[in-house]
Write a protein that binds this ligand. Structure first.
Ligand code: PBG
Length: 328
């Protein structure tokens, strides 16, 4: 029989900072953080994103500076997104598999600057297509199967440029299998796939779409991203991506989906990544700018919650600030 009050006093283990440190169950480690970077066309670009204070669009020539900071902060990995001018986009997003595209150049520059840095690339078409959808559009519909080949082409071109890992975020059925087959055919057997396996159609991506210029020109993404109401379906998505060969899986967004993180952790044994997305970051920054919250405290609480829910790794725009705060 478990003791009850007054034998049981749960406050005993909370009495001092030393005691609390001793029994803490979840700890944030900078080694578990992944920092997203937006890569812009042109030269000498370091342009702050309005809804994401402290985050920038960087041209490739500016990367060595920021990469040195990320590396010095001991953050092990970055996730790259390409941001294109409208004139560089087309119906199929062909700029995304250009061997000299901005992401491909960024990969080479980062691997030259910091060879130990894990470079993960977002594989998707929405930042490269004129219509802003994540796949091939015909008669106002986003087609699944014709999109797979384009995603595979993009993933292979990232691997060729030296990417350590590719992360498809499009939510087409069968993309993991298609990308795995294409990578293997080009002898990139050892390039892992991080699948954005359970990605919800979410209002929390708003600031990102402004940052990346990837808002769909018509309709929305609900016919391929998941319905926020569905947890069991999220587990089916994760199961199928693992079956297709995903080495790691992601739940995205993080905060409103902690239950999905927990259920995924309980059911599957692959490394689990959570994406603390742009809208989650923007809300913290806005409240903090108004003096309404203690930013540092809240960021640590958020990251702790994501880890406590079961994530191994967290993709977060707060990574650099957290690493700095933790090293002090
Ligand atoms: C799609 C993609 C998106 C994000 C990552 N990859 C946007 C979308 O699906 O519309 C969102 C990331 C964030 O909000 O921080 N390529």
């Amino acid at each position: 029989m478990n003791p009850i009050f007054p034998t049981l006093r749960l406050r005993r283990l909370r009495a001092s900072a030393a005691m609390r440190n001793l029994v803490r169950e979840t700890e944030i480690n900078v080694r578990d953080l992944i920092y997203p970077l937006f890569i812009a066309e042109g030269k000498n670009v370091q342009q702050e994103i309005a809804a994401m204070p402290g985050q920038f669009r960087w041209s490739v020539d500016q990367l060595p500076g920021i990469i040195a900071k990320i590396s010095a902060a001991n953050i092990p990995a970055v996730l790259l997104f390409g941001v294109l001018e409208t004139a560089s986009k087309d119906e199929t997003g062909s700029a995304s598999w250009n061997e000299c595209g901005i992401v491909q150049e960024a990969i080479r520059t980062i691997k030259r600057t910091a060879p130990e840095m894990i470079v993960i690339t977002d594989v998707c078409l929405c930042e490269y297509t004129s219509h802003g959808h994540c796949g091939v559009v015909r008669d106002g519909r986003v087609l699944n199967d014709p999109t797979l080949e384009l995603l595979a082409r993009q993933a292979v071109s990232h691997a060729r440029a030296g990417a350590d890992m590719v992360a498809p975020s499009d939510m087409m059925d069968g993309r993991v299998a298609a990308i795995r087959a294409a990578l293997d055919q080009e002898n990139f057997f050892d390039t892992p796939i991080l699948a954005y396996a359970s990605k919800f159609a979410s209002g929390f991506y708003g600031p990102f779409r402004e940052a990346a210029g990837s808002t769909p020109q018509f309709g929305d993404r609900r016919a391929y991203q998941m319905d926020a109401a569905n947890a069991r379906e999220a587990l089916r998505e994760i199961e199928s991506d693992i079956a297709e060969g995903a080495d790691m899986v992601m739940v995205k967004p993080a905060l409103a989906y902690l239950d999905i993180i927990t259920r995924t952790r309980q059911r599957f044994d692959v490394p689990l990544v959570a994406y603390n997305v742009s809208g989650e970051y923007a809300m913290v920054k806005a409240a903090s700018a108004n003096g309404w919250i203690d930013e540092q405290r809240i960021v640590m609480e958020i990251l702790t919650a994501i880890k406590r829910a079961g994530a191994d790794l967290v993709i977060t725009y707060h990574a650099l600030e957290v690493a700095k705060a933790m090293s002090q």
